[in-house]
Design a protein around this ligand. Sequence first.
Ligand code: 1GP
Length: 272
Amino acid sequence: MIPDFGLLNYVLDQSQGCRHVTLIDPGKQSAEIATRRAIAAIESGSRMIFVGGSTDTPDEVVHETCKSIQEALELQIFAASQDPNSDEEFWKIPVVLFPGGAHALSPAADGITFMMLMNSKTRKFLVGEQLRGAPYLHKFGVEALPTGYLVFSPGGKVGEVGEAELVQPGQTEITHAYALTAQMFGFKILYLEAGSGASNQVDPNCIESANQVEGLCLIVGGGIRTGEQAAKAAQSGANWIVTGTLTEDASSMDELRQRIRTIVDSIQSSSS
Ligand code: 1GP
């Protein structure tokens, strides 16, 4: 659901400090489970849902998941509107595509991280997939969030498939140059990615160096599992922290809630 003051404004808003995104991979769970997880994540403090991740998920599967999450959010909004103690705004959480390519799209999403994989060696990920996806997004009115995407070591599957020239820990100068380039292209968002399930998170010094460039909203993800890691990223300048694996390998909904609460509490106390 798009918040009242618009999707891009909502994403760029920094008045609440660092916020949390839950990434749901529709290729790894049914739409029903994805929806239960998304709702539990929001109850635990996530303020955006990304749908995507895997490189080979067909459109239909992505669409089913987006539709199902949106329907559940509508129900929550309706329920809140009937309850004087609840706030409808709390449930106006955007569902945003985080695509592996032009195939994993859905008209039920509120927006898309429309990304250039800036350190890819392949045209396909710099502009090719975007060229295929743009007419579809235009037709369905899915809002494009202009995003530079930068993959750090170890990079995981996205680094491999995207043929990324991985940024290594300590490479603060090149990170800064990428951030400047993103700003000069007019991107509003720079996503610093270590890869899903990465053994180490993006180097906090690199986050700091990207943060020196004005006017970019920094999304940081990959390998973040503990409150301490999340706090480090938030203190270094992340505006959003994404976790995916954390949710997907939780053994119960209670564990999922507990894990997300820990991350959210840590980022809130370190960025306020
Ligand atoms: C991957 O940054 C995201 O694109 C999340 O990574 O699965 O390691 O949380 P994790």
